[in-house]
Design a protein around this ligand. Structure first.
Ligand SMILES: Nc1ncnc2c1ncn2[C@@H]1O[C@H](COP(=O)(O)OP(=O)(O)O)[C@@H](O)[C@H]1O
Ligand SMILES: [Mg+2]
Length: 232
């Protein structure tokens, strides 16, 4: 079943937040979801160690030698496999990308970050070259956006991405206290108490994200075979 990898060439771009929010929204839709936490800092393993009764499973202890097997094993059992990577380019990251049905590249609306997006896209294109022509679908997603206004910097980034022909998700992941609180409290969005600012809007944002991802993935023909070349 579909493998969704979040990647960026930089820490702090919002990968882990995006992964967990998306996983929870897919779980809330009734899907079975595993996150492979491939970041040595293990933010999602830590999340799973809390009291949440969320159905999202988290697998850790992955290495560059095991990552492809881990992804295949999980995708045979679960409806969605999400892979959270660390923010540096290395062999584990490359291998995970070769297995993706969709790579999501989070981007914060700052001038610096648009270069980061090009770098992450470059990484995907390099992996495609190792894959005998298989295309790895990807989308850039704006994160930590202000739900009320689109800043000038953000609009500038949209234009730059468009000119560069880089595809952007319609849904943005807004800056929300709830998206931090799920990590602090090691909870699901639905388990947060209503005192968390903007919780319903955050849940709605998460649901919209999941719906767009499901749409994207079901539009695409299922990947044919997963790539032996990745073991090279
Ligand atoms: N949509 C968001 N709303 C609020 N805070 C966010 C959001 N996305 C990321 N953050 C915060 O930004 C920081 C970096 O995010 P994180 O997901 O850990 O990035 P990465 O995994 O790329 O290093 C964290 O403190 C996180 O809480
Ligand atoms: Mg992270």
């Amino acid at each position: 079943m579909p493998v969704i990898v979040t990647a960026s060439s930089k820490g702090g771009a919002g990968k882990s937040t995006l992964t967990l929010v998306l996983a929870q929204a897919l779980d809330a839709m009734g899907a079975t979801v595993t996150i492979i936490d491939a970041d040595p800092n293990r933010p999602l393993i830590r999340w799973r160690g809390g009291k949440s009764v969320s159905g999202v499973q988290v697998v850790g202890d992955v290495t560059e030698s095991s990552i492809i097997r881990n992804i295949r094993d999980e995708s045979a059992r679960r409806q969605f496999v999400l892979v959270d990577l660390e923010g540096t380019a290395n062999r584990l990251v490359s291998r995970a990308i070769t297995q993706a049905d969709l790579v999501l590249i989070p981007l914060q609306a700052s001038a610096l970050d648009s270069n980061e997006a090009s770098r992450a896209v470059g990484l995907i294109r390099e992996e495609e070259e190792t894959l005998d022509g298989r295309v790895i679908p990807f989308r850039i997603i704006m994160t930590r956006t202000n739900p009320l206004i689109t800043t000038k910097i953000e609009s500038g980034i949209y234009r730059a991405l468009e000119q560069a022909g880089l595809p952007l998700m319609k849904t943005r992941l807004h800056e929300r206290q709830a998206f931090k609180a799920i990590f602090v409290r090691r909870a699901a969005l639905s388990e947060l108490d209503s005192s968390v600012n903007g919780l319903p809007a955050a849940i709605e944002n998460a649901d919209r994200l999941a719906a767009e991802v499901v749409d994207l993935i079901t539009d695409k023909p299922q990947r044919t075979e997963k790539i032996e070349a990745a073991h090279a």
